[in-house]
Design a protein around this ligand. Structure first.
Ligand code: ZN
Length: 203
């Protein structure tokens, strides 16, 4: 993990996106706060921690303490999204709110003023290597319009199935942050070359 973070840093990545999965909210299990704390020591890049877990309100403080710059929770995973976003900010990180592909973007509207990041999932969360769901573009456009209408400077992030080939359309739809795993780490030309392809695609 430290080597992977170092390769991204050397290649010019802006952030490290960390997918935390609990085996309940999504059918896969990854890692918890200890790994985030270890990663915090291994890179200077901001850690963008995406919590795909049930009851994130019980855990957010642990991830802030572990060194997360952003902590993002799913609207589908908590009965108290507003309180959870406030807890993240109070603990000292930037709060983010995410939605799954089947969730209507209007559900996020009540929380847009309290979030520093809005995350649109463009695959069904749980596993890497999936294909981008095209209807996510419409959600990005709708959320871009909603953020602009509020004068919000929150980041609009898209996560899942992003490759240099579709990055331009996603950026044009209004995304400010693109998350890529497979397209960076499995590029036969290497991590730095992959990141350069992304930069060129959205330039
Ligand atoms: Zn993610």
């Amino acid at each position: 993990m430290a080597d992977a973070a170092a390769a991204a840093e050397a290649g010019g990545a802006d952030w490290i996106h960390v997918d935390v999965m609990d085996g309940h909210f999504v059918p896969n299990l990854t890692f918890g706060p200890k790994m985030v704390a270890d990663l915090r020591k291994a890179t200077r890049l901001p850690l963008d921690v995406h919590l795909m877990i049930e009851r994130p309100e019980d855990w957010v403080a642990r991830y802030v303490e572990a060194g997360a710059a952003y902590v993002t929770v799913h609207i589908e995973a908590t009965p108290d999204a507003g309180g959870t976003l406030a807890s993240i900010r109070q603990a000292g990180a930037r709060p983010g709110i995410a939605l799954n592909p089947e969730t209507d973007p209007s559900r996020l509207v009540p929380y847009l003023d309290r979030a520093d990041l809005v995350l649109v999932m463009s695959v069904h969360p749980g596993f890497g290597g999936q294909s981008f769901i095209p209807s996510a573009l419409e959600k990005v456009r709708a959320l871009r319009a909603a953020l602009d209408a509020r004068g919000s400077s929150a980041e609009l992030e898209v996560d899942g199935g992003i490759k240099p080939e579709n990055a331009k359309d996603i950026a044009r739809a209004g995304a400010s942050v693109l998350v890529a795993g497979s397209a960076v780490y499995l590029d036969p030309d290497g991590v730095s070359a992959a990141l350069a392809k992304f930069r060129n695609a959205v330039a």
